[in-house]
Design a protein around this ligand. Sequence first.
Ligand code: PEP
Length: 250
Amino acid sequence: MRKPLIAGNWKMYKTPRESLAFLEKFLPLVEGHTRDEIALFPTMSSLGYVLEATEGTNVRAGAQTMHWLNEGPYTGQTSPTMLASINCTHVLLGHSERRIYANETDDMVNWKLKAAIGHNLVPIVCVGETMDKRQSGLTEAVLRWQIANALNGVEREGSEKLIIAYEPVWAIGTGSTATPTVVSEAHRIIRREVAERLGQERADATRIIYGGSVKPENASQLMAQPEIDGALVGGGSLDAETFARIVKYS
Ligand code: PEP
């Protein structure tokens, strides 16, 4: 059984004060909700506050990115050791906005994934094709390439916590959600590739979640698909009531 994960990616929104105000409303709305795992990904400046405020609740918190090394002269970066030291449990890796605006490569995603595994963090590796690639019939090739590169040298043992987020670039922040059929097909491609790299058993146990304009209105239809093990939500996670409605999708 793959327990669904509903995760909110706050991107570069919310000061610590705004993050805590969100939690004040959100935590009571999802109190006792155990069907799905719930996680929030605030900015680095809010992460410590959110971790503290969610301690002992059913809501986890993670970082939106990290470096792969433990320390060094890398201005602006945060290391896996530093995340683990503040009891951060989850980390997003290779989000398309990082790939586009911070030039994150498949190699870097691979190094980060190995570092996350080494620090016992739950890694959520984001993959997805652009509209250009989809229209050129290259969706499968892109997804297989991204997964193969991310998992290069990753062993079956240690990859138990791996989560993959399928986030078609054309659906992120655009309001245009991929249909359940399109998402299911992409998730099957991803699962096949994970099976080739880590074996069928690990692939069957790996959660593959969908991200791209998930809203309260489309969450239940998406989550009804057996191939969809959760959602990574950007815009729809910024308002406490809206995100709680997504968490309680049915
Ligand atoms: C995201 O940033 O991961 C995302 C899916 O954004 P949105 O829900 O706004 O499309």
